[in-house]
Design a protein around this ligand. Sequence first.
Ligand code: HEM
Length: 242
Amino acid sequence: MSFLERVDTAIRRSAAFRSLFRTPYPADERSRAMAVMNNVFLHIHPVRVRQHAVKFAYTFCLGGISFFLFLVLTVTGVYLMFFYVPSATQAYSDILAIQSEVVFGLLTRNIHRWAAHLMVFFVFLHMMRVFYHGAYKPPREFNWVVGVVLLFLTIMLSFTGYLLPWDQIAYWAITIGGNMANYVPVFNRVGQLLVFGGIEVGQNTLLRFYVLHVILLPLVAAVFLAVHFWRIRKDGGISGPL
Ligand code: HEM
């Protein structure tokens, strides 16, 4: 046995290695299934899937693309957070600085913005696909409702992010959006005060939208996504003719 093979064997036998990888290197169907089930990332996928579910033209991977965009938005959003302060006097100049001074700042901002538009688009297409296949019917009716919440969260993430550049288009768009809360029956005044954090768009609104955009809504969305994926498994996988 060569030196490298001996090191390899010693590593594989060590307690630390075995605590990380609990099953031996997968060599047959059973150990492959165990390797998938015992890994936090891999276990999201079922060990077996029905044939129709992996056909690209059945789902067009629209839910998967929506989730991919959510991940892209999270990564690019965290990068942007390093250079952005949600202050009415600083936000706009931060955006300009991100575009001209920050390494890959312009690229990151553009990816974030495009991914946001695309996510709204793909979530909508995904919902259409689900509707077209009648996948809202039992036993998937609960997951449809979880999906509706996800659609609402996606739109709210888009809406709250729109104000953050603090430019004219953002300011007036949110002024219009917030004023719409004025027309909600009974809770109109309270609704607008809640959205604006005052009687008009200002520093309070910016802070409010920022916290919603970078913490609260992504966290709630992550929880609902986990439930959404878990439910797909519990409802017997992707719907289909079988
Ligand atoms: C952030 C938004 C969303 C993400 C990331 C997401 C993700 C996914 C993924 C990955 C699947 C597996 C099948 C596929 O890729 O099509 C799926 C299935 C499903 N989604 Fe979504 N989804 C979202 C929003 C929605 C919305 C808005 C609805 C409906 C209102 C919905 C209802 C469903 C249902 C019922 C299934 C099961 C479909 C079947 O069995 O054919 N989802 N979702």
